[in-house]
Ligand binder design. Structure first.
Ligand code: NAD
Length: 491
C-alpha cells in the first residue's frame, strides 16, 4: 500500500447546509508539508460572516427538527452508516491526515482512523441503552429528570489526532440531537471537510453537520462568542482554553468543556517485576506520534535505586521510534506537524543543554528526506528542579526523567504541575498502586499500563488540563441539559 494523494479529489471548502461552499472573502490557509517542504492544498479560511451563516443554518435545522426530533433509533442507524462509510474511505481519510500532519500513514491506517470509527460506533450503539431518570419525592408527585439537547454546538479541535478528537465530540453531540458547527485546526482540516460529505451520504440532514475551517483567532473565536451557539467544546492548548472561558463570559454563558494540555507523570517503582516492559510501554506512548499527544507520559519519576537500569531499557526502546518517511506504510513514526513545531521542540532540547542536563538522543538510521521535520526520541536527565523542561508541555518526543527516594516525594513531584490529564504507576504491590492512584491528581491514572483505555472510560483532565469528559457514557451529559419535569398525581 502506498500513500498517494493524487488519486483523490481534495476538497478544501467549508461544508455548510449540506454542501461545500466557498466563502466570499477568498482568504486561504497557506502552509507547507513538514516532510517534503511542498506547498499543501490551500484551505479556505472562514471569517465571522461564514461562522454566522453556518450557525444560522445549524439553528434552523435544529429548530426544524428533522434531526433533533428524530427517533433515537433512527439517529443510531444513520451514525452507524456514517461509521461504515468512513471505514470504506479509511485509506483516503488516512492519506489526507498523513499528508497534512506528517504523522506516519501506518499510524492513521491502523490506529487513529479505526479509533475514530470505533468511537462513532460506541456512541451510536449506546444511545438506546442509556436511560433518563425519575425521582419519587412522595405519593403525590414524581419528577422526570431528562436530558435535552443544547441546540447548536460549536466544536474546536487540534491537529495532533484530528479525526479521533472530532469523533469523540461530534458523535455524542449529534446523538443527543444537537446540530454541530466544527472548526478544525488550521494544520489538519482536510479529513473533517471530507467526512462531512460522508455524514450527508449516511443520512444526516442538511444543516446538522457543518465544518468551518479557518484561523482560531477568527473563525474559532467567532464560534465561541456566538450568541446562538449553546455550547462550545474544545480540545487544544490550555492557553487557548482559558481564552474560550473568557469568550463564554463575554457572550451568552454557553456550556463550555475543555480538553487541554498535559505533562503526564509516569512513576516507576522498584516493586515492578519487569522494568523492560515498563520502559517499552513508555517509549511507545511517548514517541509514537513524535510526542504530540496531550496525555503523553512526558515526565518519568523513577525510584533512584533502579534509575540506571530503567534508563538503559528506555534508551534501547527509544531506538524503535526514530522518525522515518511517514508515507511508507512500513514505518511507524513520521514527523512533527510543522516547521514551527519543530523549532519549538528543538528550543527545549537546546535549553536542556544550556542548563547542563544530560541529553540522550536515539541514534538509529532514518530514511527521512533531507530537511524533513523529524525529531529523534530524546531523553533528558539531571534536570534542575525549577527548569521549564519539567513544568511546560513540550509536545514533542522529549521525555524528562526525575529520580525519587520516598513515596511522598514521588507524589509531590507528580503533582508539581499545572496539568492533570493522565499518569501511571508501575508496581506489583497493590497497596502501593492504590496509594499512588488516589494521590496523583489526574483524570486518568494507569496501573502497570498506559494508553490502553478504550471508549468505556471517561477522558478529561483535572487542573489546567481542562474540564468536562470525552468518551464513555458520561460524554452524553456534556452535550445535553438536565431538565426536571415535576408531575403532581392523585394516585
Ligand atoms: P491550540 O490551542 O493552538 O489550537 C487548538 C484549536 O483552537 C485549533 O483549532 C485552533 O485554531 C483553535 N484556536 C486557536 N486560537 C483560538 C482562539 N483565540 N479562539 C478560538 N479557537 C482558537 O492547540 P494545538 O496546537 O492545535 O494542539 C496542541 C494542544 O492541544 C496541546 O496543548 C495538547 O496538549 C492539546 N491537546 C489536548 C487533548 C486533550 O484531550 N486533553 C488532545 C489533543 C491535544
Amino acid at each position: 500500500m502506498k500513500y498517494d494523494l493524487s488519486q483523490y479529489h481534495v476538497e478544501t471548502r467549508a461544508f455548510i447546509g449540506g454542501e461545500y461552499v466557498q466563502p466570499k472573502n477568498n482568504h486561504k490557509i497557506e502552509k507547507y508539508s513538514s516532510v517534503t517542504g511542498e506547498k499543501l492544498p490551500e484551505i479556505v479560511a472562514c471569517d465571522e460572516k461564514d461562522v454566522d451563516y453556518a450557525v444560522e443554518i445549524a439553528l434552523k435545522a435544529y429548530q426544524q427538527g428533522s434531526w433533533s426530533r428524530m427517533e433515537g433509533k433512527e439517529r443510531q442507524r444513520i451514525m452507524l452508516r456514517f461509521a461504515d462509510l468512513m471505514e470504506k474511505h479509511l485509506e483516503e481519510i488516512a492519506t489526507l491526515d498523513a499528508y497534512e500532519t506528517g504523522r506516519a500513514f501506518q499510524n492513521y491506517v491502523y490506529d487513529s482512523i479505526p479509533k475514530a470509527i470505533e468511537a462513532i460506533r460506541y456512541f451510536a450503539e449506546s444511545i438506546d441503552k442509556i436511560y433518563d431518570k425519575s425521582a419519587s419525592p412522595g405519593p403525590g408527585a414524581f419528577c422526570v429528570v431528562k436530558r435535552e439537547a443544547l441546540g447548536v454546538v460549536g466544536i474546536i479541535t487540534p491537529w495532533n489526532d484530528p479525526m479521533v478528537v472530532a469523533a469523540w465530540k461530534f458523535s455524542p453531540a449529534l446523538l443527543m440531537g444537537n446540530s454541530v458547527v466544527m472548526k478544525p485546526a488550521e494544520q489538519s482540516s482536510l479529513s473533517l471537510i471530507r467526512v462531512a460529505a460522508l455524514a450527508k451520504e449516511a443520512g444526516i440532514p442538511d444543516g446538522v453537520f457543518n465544518v468551518v475551517p479557518g484561523y482560531g483567532e477568527i473563525a474559532g473565536k467567532a464560534l465561541a462568542l456566538h450568541q446562538d451557539v449553546a455550547g462550545i467544546f474544545f480540545t487544544g492548548s490550555s492557553e487557548v482554553g482559558k481564552l474560550l472561558i473568557q469568550y463564554v463570559g463575554q457572550s451568552n454563558m454557553k456550556r463550555v468543556a475543555l480538553e487541554c494540555g498535559g505533562k503526564g507523570p509516569y512513576i516507576v517503582t522498584p516493586h515492578y517485576s519487569d522494568l523492560e516492559e515498563a520502559a517499552a510501554v513508555l517509549a511507545q506512548n511517548m514517541f509514537y506520534n513524535q510526542g504530540q499527544i496531550c496525555s503523553a507520559p512526558s515526565r518519568v519519576i523513577v525510584h533512584q535505586s533502579i534509575q540506571e537500569q530503567f534508563l538503559e531499557y528506555l534508551r534501547k526502546a527509544a531506538e524503535d521510534y526514530v522518525p522515518q518517511n511517514p508515507y511508507d506504510i512500513r514505518n511507524r513514526v513520521g514527523c512533527v506537524v510543522s516547521r514551527e513545531q519543530y523549532d519549538r521542540v528543538m528550543k527545549y532540547i537546546d535549553l536542556a543543554r544550556q542548563e547542563n542536563a544530560d541529553v540522550i538522543i536515539a541514534a538509529s538510521d532514518s530514511d527521512l528526506p533531507e530537511g524533513a521535520c523529524g525529531i529523534r526520541p530524546t531523553i533528558i536527565t539531571k534536570i534542575s528542579e525549577d527548569s521549564r523542561l519539567i513544568k511546560e508541555e513540550i509536545f514533542g518526543p522529549v521525555v524528562c526523567v526525575q529520580a525519587y527516594r520516598t513515596k511522598e516525594e514521588a507524589v509531590a513531584l507528580a503533582n508539581d504541575t499545572i496539568y492533570g490529564l493522565a499518569g501511571a504507576v508501575w508496581t506489583n504491590d497493590l497497596n502501593e498502586a492504590y496509594y499512588f492512584a488516589n494521590r496523583v491528581k489526574v483524570g486518568l491514572m494507569h496501573i502497570n499500563s498506559y494508553g490502553e483505555d478504550d471508549n468505556t472510560s471517561p477522558f478529561g483532565g483535572f487542573k489546567q488540563s481542562g474540564n468536562g469528559k470525552d468518551k464513555s457514557i458520561y460524554a452524553f451529559d456534556e452535550y445535553s441539559e438536565l431538565k426536571s419535569i415535576w408531575v403532581k398525581v392523585h394516585g
